[in-house]
Design a binder for this molecule. Structure first.
Ligand code: 2HA
Ligand code: ZN
Length: 281
């Protein structure tokens, strides 16, 4: 009984909620979340739901706009549609919500948050479809994060929208990149945001990648926890920034990391780097 009592806590004191708020705030401080740009979701662990269940209150069932049967009855902490990341820390109860999915994975209901009304992120179908793909591959995956990373967006205007080219460019600009995202990056051409279609394209690429670029819009990353997901976005965006600076100085690189350098790195760092990215230029 004593143990049970100790496990209960205020919603906003729970570690998963604090981690979510910190990540939203960090993203905002990076300049990636102008106005209501970007969205974040976290698949909550059963014991974490238990910790806060005294504060949960079920709202009406509403349609997700996509079917994710493998996520039936799962709980997600998500940012709200039209809500600003810069307000998440000061007004979490107005900016984010905890949702529960129904037994078919077709409807959700709000269990906490969005106290002044509203809905979960407009990209909920994309988030949930990507969560489903990741969950089926590895149930350790819990975070999906969409953000408007300035330099990656800029590069989608000047690089071919080809996963081989963009992966290779990002790998070349920062030595840690092939270690942080050895599978490479997926690329979705420009699409209307917020719908099921962009969710289908993104989740298809999530079968192979942890980072998907939305041309002229931003990125979606997947991770097992907040640190891993944020770190992935940060690493890729930093590399993009170095490429933007390099291209601003000169259209041609005088020297770079070579395909053989990558192969040597792969051995020492025990990662597998697909040969499709190590073509001769
Ligand atoms: O405004 O970023 O993609 C939220 C978004 C939609
Ligand atoms: Zn967006």
């Amino acid at each position: 009984m004593v143990n049970e009592k100790r496990k209960m806590m205020k919603f906003l004191d729970a570690e998963f909620v604090k981690g979510f708020i910190r990540m939203a705030t960090d993203g905002c401080n990076m300049g990636w979340h102008e106005r209501n740009g970007g969205n974040l979701s976290y698949r909550v662990k059963p014991y974490e739901v238990d910790e806060v269940k005294e504060e949960l209150k079920a709202g009406e069932w509403r349609e997700i706009g996509a079917a994710v049967p493998n996520l039936a009855r799962e709980y997600f902490l998500v940012t709200g549609s039209g809500k600003f990341f810069r307000n998440v820390q000061d007004k979490p109860e107005d900016s984010i919500c905890l949702i529960e999915l129904d037994e078919k994975g077709e409807n959700y209901r709000i269990m906490w948050g969005l106290v002044n009304g509203g809905r979960p992120t407009s990209e909920l179908p994309s988030h949930l479809m990507s969560h489903e793909v990741k969950f089926l591959k590895n149930p350790e995956y819990r975070v999906i994060y969409h953000t408007h990373t300035t330099n990656i967006i800029a590069l989608t205007f000047v690089l071919p929208l080809d996963e081989k080219v963009i992966t290779r460019e990002l790998w070349e600009m920062a030595t840690e990149c092939p270690v942080v995202f050895p599978d490479g990056v997926g690329v979705v051409p420009w699409m209307v945001p917020g719908g099921r279609e962009i969710g289908v394209e993104t989740s298809e690429l999530m079968k192979s990648y942890d980072i998907v670029i939305w041309a002229h819009h931003g990125i979606v990353v997947a991770g097992t926890d907040f640190d891993i997901a944020f770190g992935l976005a940060h690493t890729a965006e930093k590399s993009a920034e170095i490429l933007v600076k390099t291209l601003s100085m000169s259209p041609k690189k005088l020297q770079t990391i070579t395909p053989q350098n990558f192969r040597d790195l792969a051995v020492d760092f025990k990662v597998t780097l697909p040969e499709k990215f190590l073509y001769e230029k």
